[in-house]
Write a protein that binds this ligand. Sequence first.
Ligand code: GLN
Length: 207
Amino acid sequence: RPVVGVLALQGAVREHVAMLERAGARAVPVRRATELSEVDGLVLPGGESTTMSRLLESFELLEPLRARIADGMPAFGSCAGMILLARQALDGRPDQQQLGGLDVVVRRNAFGRQVDSFEVDLDFAGVAGGPVHAVFIRAPWVEKAGAGVEVLATVSAGLVPEDPAGGEPAARIVAVRQGAVLATAFHPEITGDERVHRLFVELVREA
Ligand code: GLN
């Protein structure tokens, strides 16, 4: 079984551990650089990306993690994890650090203040067996994706609850893949459906 770490500084750690185990991996929490060096892939959970960014620095994980991602280690970020993996985060804090595995620009808390959370069923490229139930919690969206980024799922304009800019609602990118780096704006770890985690464990096996 591939060994998949879950960054365990903050956020939805247990849920990812449980889903990874169901998806056929051995899941281990990662808090130190020595633990990071022993995993075949890493999940960055949801939580608060600004807090996680600060904790990555104080646990001296920021540079080791950047180095492993640059070196091709498979990574899967959900929600705050997606924000950390992005090359740039809009509406972040000025001192927020990016890990940079994904050539995307994300917008934090993009779906607006009035609707902090919503759920939709999404077609998800690479996941067979019907739509994936997606739970969004103060979620980002991908505002710009580079040419090397594959879009795996979008929320259609009619389902975007609110456009904070007040413009016409547009379809929004909420799941992407670039090489061995996968990210979802939503939380596949809390719905009991491990298909997205299976897709990631498959990427880890291939790497
Ligand atoms: N809004 C959070 C952030 O900016 C992400 C929320 C989540 O991970 N559920 O980091």
